[in-house]
Design a protein around this ligand. Sequence first.
Ligand code: TYD
Length: 394
Amino acid sequence: MNKFFLNLGVQPLANNFLKKFSSKQPTYNLKLYFNTKTKMVSISKRIPSSVMFNSKYPYRSSMSSTMQSSFKQLSSEIKKKFNPKLLLEIGSNDGALLTHFDKDRAIGVEPCKNLAKITRAKRYYTYDDYWDLKLSSKIKKKFSEVDLIYSANTLTHISNLNEVFKSINLILSDEGVLIIEDPSLLECIKNNAYDQFYNEHIYVFSAIALKNLLKKFNLEIFDVKNLPTHGGSLRYFIKKKNNKTRNVKLSVKKQFDKEIKNGLDKFKTYKDFATKSTKSKKLFIEILNKIKNNNKRIIGYGATAKASTVLNYCNIDNKIIDYFVDTTPDKSNRFIPGKNIKIKKYKKTLLDNVDYIYLGAWNFKNEIFKKEKAFIDNGGKFITHVPSPRIINK
Ligand code: TYD
């Protein structure tokens, strides 16, 4: 049974960066639920994939050096451990991972046509379709089977998880490996990162909920790794249950134990998270108002989907935050979804005469702090809302 635990209010689509601000953009009510049987945490409202992931999708995987080096490292690990004859990436974005593999051994699936175009131009075989049974059958006809499927921050964006895993089962070889990577619910709860929830993040997986889901498809997790990306992610290594060539590693039990210890299987944990998120909102608004009352200047850094959730939940607009800076080409000269705050193409001088920077991309704190050492050395300060709202300068 799905039990409600948190209402994050009326929200715009978190990647809807408009050229001209309009208060009349599409919105939905963002509410979070915990399923007491499957232990899955999800949002209630399902926006059609075609509305969220289309040729205007702005997010680019290769925009940060942290992500680039993470993909580079992973590709060497995959080659060394699994040496796949054919790898399929679901949600290949701009090819940040794919391009580390030979062109005849890697194929991509990317429904956002603007992004699929980028890997196609680099001569990687890329399907610009949504991941479903129809597409999986089409790929099967052409390639017969694949022995490694990788998917990062994509499967949790698809409403029909039954079809997702059926489609995977159809094409994955018997001894093949599925690697998926998504924000960790445990880290999200620990960080009080309520901003991990928005229209695209339909689910935030715990290892426990994923295990329950995979069971239905005769799949099982055989290894799991904690990653620092996206504010704390889990990389799951999954195999077919009948495949006895790989043992289930101790890391899997350790992750389950940790999640149980932190109550991820209990509704009360989510009620507590909701209470903390409400408090976080109050404190964040207080901190920003206090700074503004002292006539100081605040800007935002990293126009993330997460920031859009925070600013709309806390109702922060351009009276508080002058503008955002961001390196993503398709976000510049546009507005934060739902808010009259302009995003400017990042350049260092945009940080001149700024007193405080709200860290929209808090998950890239280390990378950004390194890059903006001069701002900090000159007395500039950052503001974050994770794990609780505060001013930071180290
Ligand atoms: P990310 O946290 O991956 O986004 P989301 O919450 O939307 O999934 O995105 C990071 C954003 O921050 C992206 O728009 C690029 C931007 N960014 C910068 O502008 N400068 C930087 O130095 C870094 C690391 C990120």
